[in-house]
Design a protein around this ligand. Structure first.
Ligand code: FES
Length: 77
């Protein structure tokens, strides 16, 4: 996913250690600008300022390679 917060565009930081942001924190990403929290899949937690999940860029699986910037149909995005 893209490391750009969907609130105002800051860069969320990884907080992958369970408990790092409280007892119920299971790991994910934290935006230090206004406190949005995302899980390890980039899904935003309810109550965060960010209105949407982190964006997943266009990508394609080519055999064993992950190609970023190309859609599944092979077109550049
Ligand atoms: S820019 Fe990330 S919470 Fe505001």
């Amino acid at each position: 996913m893209e490391g750009v917060c969907t609130h105002l565009g800051c860069s969320p930081v990884s907080k992958l250690t369970p408990g790092e942001l409280g007892n119920d924190w299971q790991g994910g990403f934290y935006c230090p600008c206004h406190g949005s929290k995302f899980d390890v899949a980039g899904r935003v937690f309810t109550g965060s300022p960010a209105p949407r999940n982190l964006a997943v860029p266009p990508h394609k699986i080519d055999g064993t390679k992950l190609v970023i910037g190309i859609n599944q149909d092979g077109k550049e995005a």
